[in-house]
Design a protein around this ligand. Structure first.
Ligand code: MTE
Ligand code: MO
Length: 197
């Protein structure tokens, strides 16, 4: 196995850890910040945690490569945070919830299939490399979906909406692929119409 065998097609390893997002970095205001889970919950109600409450939720660790559709792959990023398995125990989705929308500050969003949301290495990260996240990289809380292109790894997360019908998020609505699997190079939405290879 050469070092390139672990890179999805078209990807390269950059120097350092690039910062990439659309728009400004939001200011974290701990006194008013909250995390909400709403939509198709099993109990039919909304869940809400303040920042002190989020910090009490048990955390796990994940190490994974991070793939951006602009073709950089950051190897072996060390994340720590709330595994989605933990989140759905605290806020169970309804049986007919098939997708989630992850919402950030300023209305940025990304949709995920429930199976991608529940994938083993998917988490809501609070730390990277053993340190709390920096504002640039999504502090205080960001989604990390290592097996999909980076735009699904929503920074500055404020809410998870359980969906019974799929809906496209910010980039999915602007020409990017609805699923975003880097191993299949699912970059653009027009590929969704192509017959499977
Ligand atoms: N809220 C928000 N999250 C976002 C983005 C964004 O524009 N806004 N960009 C995404 C994209 S395209 C990538 S590649 C990753 C980059 O994460 P990083 O800046 O920590 O490397 O953040 C993702 N999360
Ligand atoms: Mo990206």
């Amino acid at each position: 196995m050469g070092p390139d065998d672990r890179l999805p097609p078209g990807q390269y390893v950059p120097r350092g850890w690039p910062v990439l997002h659309y728009g400004p970095v939001p200011k974290f205001r701990p006194a008013t910040w909250d995390l909400r889970v709403y939509g198709a919950t099993e109990a039919g109600r909304e869940y809400r945690w303040t920042w002190p409450q989020v910090q009490e939720i048990p955390r796990g660790r994940v190490s994974a490569d991070f793939h951006c559709v602009t073709k950089f792959t950051v190897p072996d990023v060390e994340w720590e945070g709330i595994l989605t398995a933990t989140l759905v125990r605290l806020a169970p989705p309804a049986d007919d919830a098939t997708h989630v929308m992850v919402w950030a500050e300023y209305g940025y969003s990304a949709n995920l299939r429930m199976i991608d949301f529940l994938e083993e290495k998917t988490l809501l990260a609070t730390h990277q490399g053993g340190e709390p996240l920096t504002p640039d990289h999504g502090a205080p809380l960001r989604m990390v979906v290592p097996h999909l292109y980076g735009w699904k790894s929503v920074k500055w997360v404020r809410a998870i909406e359980y969906l019974t019908v799929d809906r496209r998020g910010f980039w999915e609505d602007r020409g990017y692929h609805n699923i975003a699997d880097p191993w299949r190079e699912q970059r653009y939405s027009y590929q969704e119409d192509e017959p499977p290879a």
